[in-house]
Every structure is written in structure tokens, then in C-alpha cells.
Design a protein around this ligand. Structure first.
Ligand code: URA
Length: 436
């Protein structure tokens, strides 16, 4: 394969042969194809798109650039959920143990966050002692023993994607559906779950802000996963407002724990977790969706999901009792602020993007991969969509241990995020569309 000819073809909109795509990716992973040619390829894909066959070839080539896990030795069906990422999105902390409590094995490699808020691994690491960076062998042991493990993705999985994603980040080539699908799916396919459920977030706090693009991404992810022989579905879900009341790593773990204990007022987190877990159970076990929903609600209510979560934390070295004690007794010295409502009426919207920016100001996210995160920083909302508020009433508490100097700016951001209307707003649906 001559890379220049392949680039000429893509520039002119010709369909590339799967074997040429495979060779290109293998050459790039080895270091034989230089960054400048791969960047030209990514830009040509952004401009000309890809056919389904090309996208599948790219996905499979990136999957095969590293290790592909198999779970055939486990007695349970395997399933995983992938979210495209949102503000206050602590769903994996509930969904993964809940699906495990319903009899699935849930191998779930996850990420650290780069951007406004922490990733699932950052959230879990706010539990004292929790080690998210397990070896693949230890990860396998944890999944076998308690049915789920939230482990940070290792370099052995889809290394071509790691390299290409870093290149896309600096060459303006992230927003391309075929490249996004190949990136997400290559990792998920390599992780080996037989069933994949995608939570494609849509709104101001999401990667995909407009619904048509979110639906296109959902369709492409499902088609790609099916093309690679997996069972798959995608839920396009609302991300104009934060999920639950908390944004920030330890705050989100605490909220997820409350949901697992059945004590949280964050009904959106509980309901969406049940819905996603039900899709996993339904597809993986061939069970009608309504029946799967009933099973999931029952396993959440009877404490089975909480037990799986506690087991996973223990096997990862974490100390849940110490976490809860620390959250309860305020042992960490924090600078605290309060955001208030600027007018009276009903909460019409809470801009997820602005709340995420506030959490970032406080230290909950990282601008560069080398930055450290403040696990205890974040925003706790005191009101929800549709609540009645008066001018001057507190709508959120903010805290930070590393950036007290940014507290005032963060308070202003949260105050501007909460819009108040004279009339009570209509309730908003959480699930906008289902793609099967
Ligand atoms: N998430 C990924 O893993 N890859 C992308 O390309 C975009 C979001």
C-alpha cells in the first residue's frame, strides 16, 4: 500500500479497500506511517465521510492494534454500557453493579477525564485506597468474583486509538462521526462484552449538542457494533441539565451511593440507571424489556446492587466506610460558597455546560492530562427543574480545597446557569430516542 495514493483516493471521495485501511492503521501503530500522513487521512475522513464498510474496517483495525479480551470462561452473559459523557454523569457507578446484580458480568474499562469534569476512574479514586489502574489479570479476577469492575483502560487496549485520538485532538479532526464511532467501538469491542448499550448524551453539557447529530452517532454506534457481531442498542438521552444534584468526583460517588441505598432524591439518576441496566439485561438474556425493568428495580431496591458495588470497591483496595465517614464529618478543609437565585419563580433550566465550567474552576477537572484533580471540589445543587424559588434563595453549594480563589467566579457561573420563569415549566423527558 502506498499511503499517498490512499490519501489521493480518500480526498477524491473514493471508497477505500478494507485491507488498505488495515495496513494504514497497522503501519501507524508501528510508527511506519508518520503523524502528518495520518492527520491528512483524518482530515480527509472529516471532509468526505466513510461508507459503513470503511468504518467497520477502521474500527476492526484499531481494535486489533492491541489485546482483545475474551470472557468465554465466565458462566454469565457479558454486557457493558458506554456513555459519551455528560455533566454529573455518575451512572456507571450504579448501572454496572446493578447489571451485575441481575446476573450479568460487566467488564467495563473506563477513563480519566480530560476536560471540565472527572471521568469514572477519577470518581472512583476519590474513595480512599481505590486503585483504578489494575493489570488486565487483576481486572479479570475482580470481574469474575463480583461481576463488575471499574478499571482504567490500559495501554494494551486499542493503542492505535490512543495515538490517533491524541493526533485528532490537535488537528481539528475530532468531530467526525466515522472517526468517533471507530474510536469508541474499537475500545468497546476489544474489551469483549457480547452486548453493548450506548448512552449518547445530547445537549449543552454533551459532546453532541444537537439532536440530529446525537441520533446519527447513536445509529452509527449500533450499526457498527452489530456489524462486528455484538448485540447493541443506544439511548439518546437529555444532557441540557446536570444528572442528579452533584457535579464533582467525591460528591458524585456519595450521590451514587445514596441511589444504590434507595435514599436519593436524584430520581433522574435512579430511573436512567434502571433503564440502561434493563436494556443490558434484556439484550444479553433475551428477556422482554418490561420484565428486565422489573428485575432491575427489584435488585436496586433489595440492596443487591449496593452489595456488588461494595464488593467491587473492596476488591479494588478501596475503603467505603472511610469514604462515608470523611464525607459525613467534613474532615477535609474546604473553602465553601453559595449560589443564590437571581429572581423568583420556577426553575426553568439549569445549564449543564455552565455548571461543569464552575466545577472545573473549583478543581474538579483537568485541562491537561498531567494536571491533578481535587476529588472533593464540586457543586451540589439544592434545586431541580420545576422547583419554586425566591430571589436570594440558595440554589447551590460549592466547595474547593485547591482553588479557593476561584470560588466567586464559580458562584457567578452557577447563578447564571439557573434560569427562572414565571410559569412552571413542563417536565423534560430523559430518554429522547431509542435506537435498536
Ligand atoms: N470519545 C472517544 O473515545 N473517541 C472519540 O473520538 C470521541 C469521544
Amino acid at each position: 500500500m502506498i499511503v499517498k495514493l490512499l490519501l489521493d483516493g480518500k480526498r477524491e471521495g473514493k471508497e477505500l479497500a478494507p485491507e488498505d485501511i488495515r495496513e494504514l492503521v497497522a503501519g501507524y501503530t508501528r510508527g511506519d506511517v508518520p503523524d502528518y500522513q495520518m492527520a491528512a487521512f483524518a482530515m480527509a475522513v472529516c471532509c468526505k465521510g466513510m461508507t459503513d464498510a470503511e468504518m467497520l474496517a477502521l474500527t476492526e483495525a484499531m481494535r486489533d492494534s492491541g489485546e482483545c479480551l475474551s470472557w468465554r470462561d465466565l458462566p454469565s452473559p457479558t454486557a457493558d454500557k458506554h456513555s459519551t459523557g455528560g455533566v454529573g454523569d455518575k451512572l456507571s457507578l450504579v448501572v454496572q453493579p446493578l447489571a451485575a446484580a441481575c446476573g450479568l458480568a460487566v467488564p467495563s474499562l473506563t477513563g480519566r477525564g480530560l476536560g471540565l469534569t472527572g471521568g469514572t476512574a477519577d470518581k472512583m479514586e476519590s474513595i480512599p485506597g481505590y486503585v483504578a489502574g489494575l493489570s488486565l489479570a487483576d481486572y479479570r479476577k475482580v470481574v469474575s468474583e463480583c461481576g463488575c469492575s471499574l478499571t482504567v483502560q490500559t495501554g494494551e487496549i486499542a493503542p492505535a486509538d490512543k495515538k490517533l485520538y491524541a493526533l485528532r485532538d490537535v488537528t481539528g479532526t475530532v468531530p467526525s462521526i466515522p472517526l468517533i464511532v471507530a474510536s469508541i467501538l474499537s475500545k468497546k469491542l476489544a474489551e469483549g462484552a457480547e452486548t453493548l448499550v450506548f448512552d449518547v448524551k445530547c445537549g449543552t453539557g454533551a459532546f453532541m449538542q444537537a439532536r440530529p447529530e446525537a441520533v446519527s452517532l447513536a445509529r452509527a454506534l449500533v450499526a457498527g457494533a452489530r456489524g462486528a457481531g455484538r448485540k447493541a442498542a443506544a439511548l439518546v438521552t437529555a444532557m441540557d441539565e446536570p444528572l442528579g444534584f452533584t457535579v464533582g468526583n467525591a460528591l458524585e460517588v456519595q450521590e451514587a451511593l445514596e441511589v444504590l441505598k434507595g435514599r436519593s432524591g436524584a430520581h433522574d439518576v435512579a430511573n436512567l440507571s434502571v433503564e440502561l441496566a434493563a436494556w443490558m439485561v434484556s439484550l444479553a438474556k433475551g428477556m422482554p424489556l418490561d420484565e428486565a425493568r422489573d428485575v432491575c428495580r427489584a435488585r436496586l431496591a433489595d440492596g443487591s446492587a449496593l452489595k456488588r458495588f461494595a464488593c467491587m470497591v473492596r476488591l479494588h483496595g478501596g475503603d467505603l466506610a472511610a469514604f462515608e465517614k470523611r464525607q459525613g464529618d467534613g474532615a477535609i478543609p474546604l473553602a465553601r460558597g453559595r449560589a443564590v437565585s437571581l429572581s423568583s419563580g420556577y426553575v426553568a433550566s439549569i445549564d449543564a455546560g455552565k455548571v461543569a465550567q464552575a466545577a472545573f474552576e473549583l478543581g474538579a477537572g483537568r485541562g491537561q492530562s498531567s494536571d491533578s484533580i481535587d476529588p472533593s471540589a464540586g457543586v451540589r445543587l439544592l434545586v431541580a427543574h420545576g422547583d419554586r424559588v425566591s430571589a436570594g434563595q440558595a440554589v447551590a453549594e460549592l466547595c474547593s480545597s485547591m482553588r479557593p480563589d476561584r470560588l466567586d467566579a464559580a458562584v457567578k457561573l452557577v447563578e447564571s446557569a439557573v434560569s427562572v420563569s414565571a410559569m412552571a415549566p413542563a417536565p423534560k423527558p430523559l430518554v429522547l430516542e431509542v435506537v435498536q
